[in-house]
Structure formats: structure tokens, C-alpha cells
Write a protein that binds this ligand. Structure first.
Ligand code: GLA
Length: 395
């Protein structure tokens, strides 16, 4: 929906007029490379999309919060003191309430408000529609809290990213890393973010793709991050780290282990599956550094090759891909003008990201779309992705 439509729907639902409606927005993200390494203290390389969540919000004079989405019939109503009780109870609205709970714990004054959410990031597409909701919500509540308390400094977006992640851990039950929330909070148009997930040091790197563009191919297979697989991988990483620590006592996280260290010491990881998981993490961290160097020097061929290696590693070593993603990634590479293709996000469904010559985009969609529909019996969707800004109030 566009902004006038969102405002109109807001007034239809909650009454009143446009004057006190505020708009907050935050994007989904694509991760270019550095998959399943954020929770190991590794480097990642995501970029914010222009697909986003927009919230139309109006403060209330009491402590009631009402939430509604433009495309859902449900309305959630709570008061600011009853939010924690909603954990595990909501069909929709848990990201919003989870964030409000975390902000409240961090000392923010959560005020009553009427809210209407509009999402353009596809749900379950691995493009962090949930982080888009979390960061826009966090920014909105923090802005209102600061206004109430006479604080004029801008909202600390890195703190919002951390609180969004805390909501995932404590309210949703997914033990995710910081990448998605950070990218949604700190994105910059036409730039990717080179982020060290251990220190949160980051650098915006211009995404100069020349005659190429990024195409997202959505399997339209719903993935469920909450499924135990994600948390299982985290435990396997913990097990591998503990094994390596017996011979490398100085390490605190897997990102501290170089490729050479791993190859020298891998035999201490007795469990073969866990060894594969760790191999993925160690080599993927290495690929991120190489990718950033390649992009900085305009070497898209190398960047594309590293993306392909990343997919293979996620497919066979980390085992978070699926037939649908593998089909999209491998068939993409057979098309002229494609430099690289890999799954992006948590996996088990969702999207691939490919680097495609702009003049080949139509052929890409046509060929890949047909192969996919023939094989799986339903359609994939394609988006040429533009890289947008992080969370902000729209004035
Ligand atoms: C999900 C999580 C992120 C990250 C990715 C995999 O998107 O939210 O923290 O772990 O999966 O790279």
C-alpha cells in the first residue's frame, strides 16, 4: 500500500483524522554472503532492501495498545502492563509485543497507541520480514518514549537492533544472531554492510555492480525459523567450539578459528556431522573477507564464485538448504550472464540471491520460472532487488 492508502485505512479503523498519525518504517534484508556465522561471532555482508514494514501510529492518552495489519482481520489489544502475559498466545503481533516488552525492560516508557502495520517484505521468504517489523516497532516506541521524557537525542539504532534480537530470543524463542536486526536498523541505500558480529564494528561498502544487478528468487516454500533446526545448528557449533578449545585454549568463538587452524586441528572434533558444520562456519567467514575485498576492487567474477561456494557449503556441510533452493541456485548458473547464486537467510526455504547481467534478467526469470514450476508444480517469484535505507521515521 502507498502512504495515503495506509493513512486512509488507519482512519477507517481507528477514526480521527490524519493530523496525529506518524509513520515509521524499516526494511527487510538480503544477505549477500556470510550465512549462519553471525551467532559464531563471524563477519556478515547483508544489505537492506526497499521492501519494508511501514507503521502508521498514533499515541493514545491511556495505556492501551491496539495493533492491526493492512492485510489481516485480526486486531490485538493489550495494555502496557499486560504485555508479557501474551507470550506464546498470539496468532499475530508477537514480534511487536515482544519488542515492546524488551524496550520496557531496557527502561523505555511504553505508551498506549493505535498501530497499523503494512508489510511489503514477503513473509517466510527469508528476507527478514520479522526484523523489519521489530526494528520499525522498536524505533516507534523509543521515539515516543524519548518525546515523553524530553530526550531529544536520536534513537540509538544499534541498541534497537539488540533489543529486536532479544525479543526473538525471549519472546519468540528463536536463538538468532544479530545480522537481520542490524541490517534493518543500519542499512544504507546502495551499500552493503560489512559487519563483525562479535564487536558490531561495521563498514558501509558501496555496491557497485555495474551492468549487473541482484535478483532474488523466492521458492515460495514457507520456512519456519522456529523449527528446531536453527537452534540445533547453534548447539552443534557450540559442541565443535568446545572440542577445538581443547587444543586451542585461546579461542572464544568459531570466528577466531582460521582455515589453517581448522585443517590442522579438525581431528579433535570426533563427531563427523559437527565437523562438517564447523567446516562451513570457518570457510564461510573466510569467504566473507574475500568477497568484500573482491567487491572493493570491482572483481564481480570472484565475488560470484564465492557465492557459489557458499551455497555448496550450506547445501552439503551445513545442510540448511532444500531441493527448491538447490534447484534455483544450480539452474541459475546455467543461464548466460549469471555470475553467482546462493540461498540467503536461514534456509529450508525462502530465497536465493543471484548476480545477473541486467540484459539477462528477463531470460533469467523466464527460464528459471519454467524449470521451477515444471519441477515443483507451483511458481517461484522474482524480484530485482534495490538496496534501501535502514529504519527511520517518514516525515
Ligand atoms: C536468520 C537469523 C540470522 C542468521 C541467518 C543465517 O536470518 O535471524 O541471525 O543467523 O538466519 O545467516
Amino acid at each position: 500500500m502507498n502512504i495515503p492508502e495506509i493513512k486512509k485505512q488507519f482512519i477507517d479503523i481507528y477514526g480521527g483524522n490524519e493530523s496525529a498519525i506518524r509513520l515509521f518504517t524499516s526494511p527487510g534484508r538480503v544477505n549477500l554472503i556470510g550465512e549462519h556465522v553471525d551467532y559464531c561471532g563471524g563477519p556478515v555482508f547483508p544489505a537492506a532492501l526497499t521492501m519494508k514494514t511501514t507503521i502508521a501510529a498514533r499515541k493514545r492518552s491511556d495505556n492501551i495498545i491496539r495493533l492491526k495489519a493492512t492485510d489481516l482481520d485480526i486486531m490485538v489489544e493489550t495494555n502496557t502492563s499486560g504485555m508479557e502475559k501474551l507470550k506464546g498466545q498470539l496468532k499475530w503481533g508477537d514480534y511487536q509485543i515482544g519488542v515492546a516488552v524488551e524496550l520496557s525492560k531496557a527502561g523505555y516508557d511504553i505508551c498506549g497507541c493505535d498501530l497499523l502495520y503494512d508489510d511489503t517484505t514477503p513473509h517466510g521468504g527469508g528476507l527478514s520480514s520479522s526484523a523489519a517489523i521489530e526494528i520499525s516497532t522498536a524505533l516507534m516506541f523509543a521515539t515516543f518514549s524519548n518525546e515523553k521524557n524530553g530526550i531529544s537525542s536520536p534513537v540509538d539504532m544499534i541498541e534497537m537492533a539488540k533489543l529486536g534480537q532479544a525479543a526473538e530470543h525471549n519472546f519468540i524463542g528463536v536463538n538468532c544472531g544479530i545480522m537481520d536486526q542490524f541490517a534493518s536498523a543500519m542499512g544504507k541505500a546502495n551499500h552493503a554492510i560489512y559487519l563483525d558480529c562479535a564487536t558490531l564494528d561495521y563498514e558501509h561498502i558501496p555496491l557497485n555492480l555495474g551492468r549487473y544487478c541482484l535478483v532474488l528468487s523466492n521458492t515460495n516454500k514457507k520456512h519456519s525459523l522456529g523449527s528446531s533446526k536453527y537452534n540445533e545448528r547453534r548447539m552443534e557449533c557450540e559442541e565443535g567450539l568446545n572440542a577445538l578449545k581443547t587444543v586451542m585454549p585461546g579461542i572464544t568463538q568459531l570466528a577466531d578459528v582460521s582455515v589453517l587452524d581448522f585443517e590442522k586441528n579438525k581431528a579433535v572434533i570426533k563427531n563427523e556431522v559437527v565437523r562438517k558444520r564447523i567446516r562451513h562456519v570457518v570457510y564461510e567467514c573466510d569467504r566473507v573477507h574475500k568477497s568484500v575485498d573482491a567487491l572493493k576492487s570491482g572483481d564481480l567474477i570472484t565475488f560470484g564464485r564465492l557465492m557459489n561456494e557458499s551455497h555448496t557449503s550450506l547445501q552439503f556441510d551445513y545442510e540448511v538448504s532444500c531441493d527448491e533452493l538447490d534447484c534455483l541456485a544450480s539452474e541459475a548458473l546455467k543461464i548466460d550472464g549469471v555470475l553467482g547464486s546462493r540461498m540467503t537467510g536461514a534456509g529450508f526455504g525462502g530465497c536465493t540471491v543471484s548476480i545477473v547481467d541486467k540484459s539477462s534478467v528477463d531470460t533469467f526469470k523466464e527460464i528459471l520460472g519454467k524449470i521451477y514450476a515444471d519441477k515443483f508444480g507451483y511458481e517461484a517469484s522474482f524480484y530485482v532487488s534495490e538496496i534501501g535505507d535502514g529504519g527511520k521515521e517518514v516525515k
